[in-house]
Design a protein around this ligand. Structure first.
Ligand code: DQA
Length: 144
């Protein structure tokens, strides 16, 4: 099984940005946790991060051609704005799980819509970095 984890804008700033919301652990810590989960599950995995909407769309499209079986995605702020990311997920039609580190449903009104979430079979939010582990385990259990 080949799994792709995609992170959107400003998630490379974890450990620096709004620690009261996202915690003190860094993006490197998050990558290490995800890599450890890939290894424990015996699956092939890739982690991709970009601050650019078009680059995220390109990476999702590439997943159709590179043998990816499932996607975990935290589109970050693009969650709430990007029809292009929604359309890309629909275009490739791969099983996807949406992750948010914070509990977005308890936050500002403008965070209450998720476009990407409309193409995801599950959303995990408010569980910190562990949400990524949960998303991977869900996809492995269902599709490996
Ligand atoms: C986030 C929530 C988004 O609203 C925000 O724009 C982010 C991170 C989260 O993981 O909690 O950048 O996706």
């Amino acid at each position: 099984m080949k799994l792709l984890v995609i992170n959107g804008p400003n998630l490379n700033m974890l450990g620096i940005r709004e620690k009261n919301i996202y915690g003190a652990e860094t993006y490197e810590d998050l990558k290490a946790l995800i890599e450890k989960t890939f290894a424990e599950q015996g699956i092939e995995g890739e982690i991709y991060q970009s601050n650019h909407e078009g680059a995220l769309v390109d990476r999702i499209q590439q997943a159709y051609f590179d043998g990816t079986n499932a996607i975990v995605i935290n589109p970050a702020a693009y969650t709430h704005t990007s029809v292009a990311i929604l359309d890309a997920l629909k275009a490739v039609s791969l099983p996807a799980v949406e992750v948010h580190i914070s509990d977005v449903k308890e936050r500002e009104d403008f965070r209450q819509i998720s476009y990407a979430g409309k193409a995801c079979e599950k959303t995990i939010m408010g569980k910190g970095f562990h949400g990524y582990v949960e998303a991977i385990l869900y996809l492995v259990e269902k599709y490996k």
